[in-house]
Design a protein around this ligand. Structure first.
Ligand code: NAD
Length: 693
């Protein structure tokens, strides 16, 4: 951690180095201000260049300081920016790498900015439910125009510096080193006066009012307060004196910081980082070298998993049982790239380069050089057994053997090999090249280095890895089972499938549970229910989707499930045939349908998730409550502004959750799983939540 101050001829060069991302914490601010004052006082200095590291100018506020006294300790970021603006000598920001949030706001306070063309520029505060709180909403529009700034601030999306050529944002853009270009630039402007300040720019954009109005309406339609606040604040550029606008911006920032949505989004951000730390693993556990990957099974999951690895630059061997299945899988992989090609995200050349790393095979002998093998064959223990015995025979020592199973016992699978230390679950989500979640399932024998390697690998795949222990369904699917069971029960007692889905989508779920079942295939969970009944040695209680499956309605793939689908269509259409089957099912069960409120739909389904989550936490299947939230936010479409089921439970109050669970559990014939988890009861007794308030 350091602020380095040196003289390059007549120019002072101040270099900030605060790992990992030059977060603007108290030390960063204090030392930068001192260095600036020293340079101003030094008679030999005619200009001042402020820079960061080649990879990062600054990624913005130090998130560790959020809500601590250090965050507001002087010098605050606003003080630092004022010192830049008021400096009697030119201050030049030399920018390369990441320049985001407070980092960009700081640079906007400099008199001049010089950037490398590929530096990434953005104000992502909205993604944490906030707005830029140190002048960003006022200075960025003056630098690049209101319309562009509005789009950047409301979306939080970054863009490369090269896209801002010809704007006031950058006085020079270089393909070389930013510092070298900035030092040369400093010599040129050393004696130029007056010193330009963005605050002095008067915006004159005829379309501004209309653009603003459109942005306001769009933001107001969403569920979150921050985008609208961002749009309002940018609007102050047009009619509010600069310092008054800064004061209001600050006020709005403090207000947003206190909203549940911002708390949830910041929680999600911190939770992802926490998930990467594996409990009980010594710091510096050695990682295995993963160069070549093999995927077994080229179906829905195998083709997606292979695509994910190709995208991350790994050569992939893909094994199937027949030339036809192999060709189908390869075609699916090629199709995965069609979208990126059409949208211009990848060039045809780049797609070819990636596909060239794919080695389709029918022979186990081709797996001998793989460092990691991921099995994605049928969800059947007998097939898994056959596959893992063969892998054990052909794979090289030290290769990691992973299963993508959704539910099956990883310890049993590991037992099919002579190397259970090398075996674990890598549970990808469909479509595997798109979904960010990866459950890393730690078997009883899984080696520490195997686990650490796979969690690190998740990051290389641009995914978020969450460690789970072995149980039926791990974290996500085990909870999903209760959630969907609650949805089935609601239909049984009187709700329509449309009502259940609409109420949960209104709550913010990306897709209602019954639509999701139709998409995933109702036959899959049907098979799970049958397997569990067989394992338990007694028939399961019939549920409504059994009836759908018995009638051949497996969801989208058969053109009908809970809903009906037009040929090739994905829109769920209400189906009188489903309604008739539901009515018949209720009759057979002796149920007189009753009216169900939307609130009841949400509480039953979401509290079922929370209750099972609490059990999972108590059993140690998940290490932390926040890991469960990460799973639901990234794998199951839980609304990010609610922060995941466990934070949501805290937000509504665990006392209320337990009270409702007790009420559901007390109903005649209620499933015993409604009884509140002991951990929930204990937390309520201790007046605590899953998280500190
Ligand atoms: P799938 O039926 O689409 O594909 C399975 C593929 O495996 C088929 O192409 C089949 O030919 C091939 N196969 C079968 N036996 C094989 C063998 N011995 N060697 C090589 N290939 C073999 O199934 P899927 O949906 O891709 O599921 C695969 C696995 O992933 C299952 O364990 C499943 O539980 C799990 N999973 C599925 C999803 C999902 O949403 N579909 C999500 C997560 C995990």
């Amino acid at each position: 951690m350091s602020t380095h101050h040196e003289l390059r001829g007549r120019v002072a060069l101040i270099t900030q180095d605060y790992p990992p991302v030059n977060g603007i914490g108290a030390a960063f601010r204090t030392h930068l201000l001192a260095a600036l004052e020293q340079a101003i006082a030094d008679e030999n200095v005619v200009a001042i260049v402020v820079t960061g590291k080649p990879s990062v100018f600054s990624a913005g506020a130090d998130v560790k300081e959020f809500n601590t006294p250090a965050a507001t300790r002087e010098p605050r970021l606003a003080t630092l920016i004022a010192a830049f603006e008021d400096a009697p000598k030119p201050v030049i920001a030399a920018i390369s790498g990441t320049c985001m949030g407070g980092g960009l706001e700081l640079a906007l306070g400099a008199h001049y900015r010089v950037a490398r063309a590929d530096a990434m520029i953005g104000l992502p505060e909205v993604k944490l439910g906030l707005l830029p709180g140190a002048g960003g909403t006022q200075r960025l529009p003056r630098a690049i125009g209101l319309e562009r700034a509005l789009a950047m601030i409301v979306s939080g999306a970054p863009a490369p510096a090269a896209q801002f050529r010809g704007t006031r944002l950058f006085d020079a853009i270089t393909e070389g080193e930013a510092v070298v270009a900035a030092l040369a630039f400093a010599e040129q402007v050393a004696n130029k006066r007056p010193l330009p300040r963005l605050r002095d720019v008067v915006l004159d954009e005829p379309r501004a009012a209309a653009v603003l109005q459109a942005a306001r309406s769009e933001a107001a339609a969403g569920p979150l307060p921050a985008p609208l606040q961002c749009a309002e604040a940018v609007g102050w550029c047009l009619d509010t004196p600069f310092d008054e606008a800064l004061r209001r911006e600050r006020e709005a920032f403090v207000g947003l910081m206190a909203t549940p949505a911002s708390r949830a989004l910041r929680h999600a951000f911190a939770a992802e980082r926490a998930a990467a730390r594996i409990e009980g693993l010594p710091e510096g556990t050695p990682l295995r070298d993963i160069r070549r990957v093999a995927v077994l099974g080229a179906g829905t999951m195998g083709s997606g998993i292979a695509t994910a690895f190709l995208n991350a630059g790994f050569p992939v061997t893909l094994l199937e049982t027949s030339p036809e299945a192999l060709e189908r899988g390869c075609a699916a992989i090629r199709r995965n790239y069609d979208g990126s090609l059409k949208k211009g995200k990848l060039t045809a050349h780049e797609v070819e380069r990636r596909l060239a790393e794919l080695a389709p095979t029918l022979s186990y002998a081709s797996l001998a050089d793989a460092d990691l093998v991921i099995e994605a064959v049928f969800e059947d223990m007998a097939v898994k057994e056959q596959v893992f015995r063969r892998l054990d025979a052909v794979c090289k020592p030290g290769a990691i053997l992973a299963s993508n199973t959704s539910y099956l016992d990883i310890d049993r699978i590991a037992g099919f090999t002579q190397r259970p230390k090398d075996v674990l679950g890598l549970h990808f989500f469909s479509p595997a090249h798109v979904m960010r979640l990866l459950e890393v399932v730690r078997g009883a024998m899984t080696g520490d280095d195997v686990l650490a390697t796979c969690v690190a690998l998740a990051r290389k795949l641009k995914k978020v890895g969450v460690v789970a222990r072995v149980c039926d369904g791990f974290i996500g699917n085990r909870m999903l089972f209760r959630y969907t069971a609650a949805a089935f029960e609601l239909v049984r007692v009187g709700a329509s499938p449309q009502q259940v889905d609409a109420a949960l989508q209104q709550f913010g779920m990306a897709m209602g549970p019954l639509r999701m079942g139709d998409l995933a295939g109702l036959d899959i969970s049907w098979a799970v229910r049958k397997r569990r009944a067989a394992e338990a040695g007694r028939p399961a209680q019939p549920v409504m989707p059994d009836k759908l499956c018995e009638a051949g309605r497996f969801g989208q793939k058969t053109g009908a499930g809970w809903y009906r689908y037009e040929a090739g269509g994905r829109d769920p259409l209400p189906d009188p045939a489903t309604d008739a089957m539901i009515a018949e099912f209720r009759r057979a069960q002796g149920v007189v349908p009753r009216a169900v409120g939307d609130e009841e739909v949400v509480e039953r389904c979401i509290f079922a998730l929370v209750n099972e989550g609490a059990r999972i936490l108590e059993e140690g299947v998940a290490t932390r409550a926040s890991d469960i939230d990460v799973v639901y936010l990234n794998g199951y479409g839980f609304p990010s502004h609610r922060g995941g089921p466990m934070l949501h439970a805290d937000t509504v109050g665990l006392r209320h959750v337990v009270m409702m669970l007790e009420r559901f559990a007390a109903e005649p014939g209620a499933d015993p799983s409604w009884r509140p988890a002991p951990l929930l009861v204990r937390l309520v007794e201790q007046n605590r939540g899953f998280y500190p308030a």
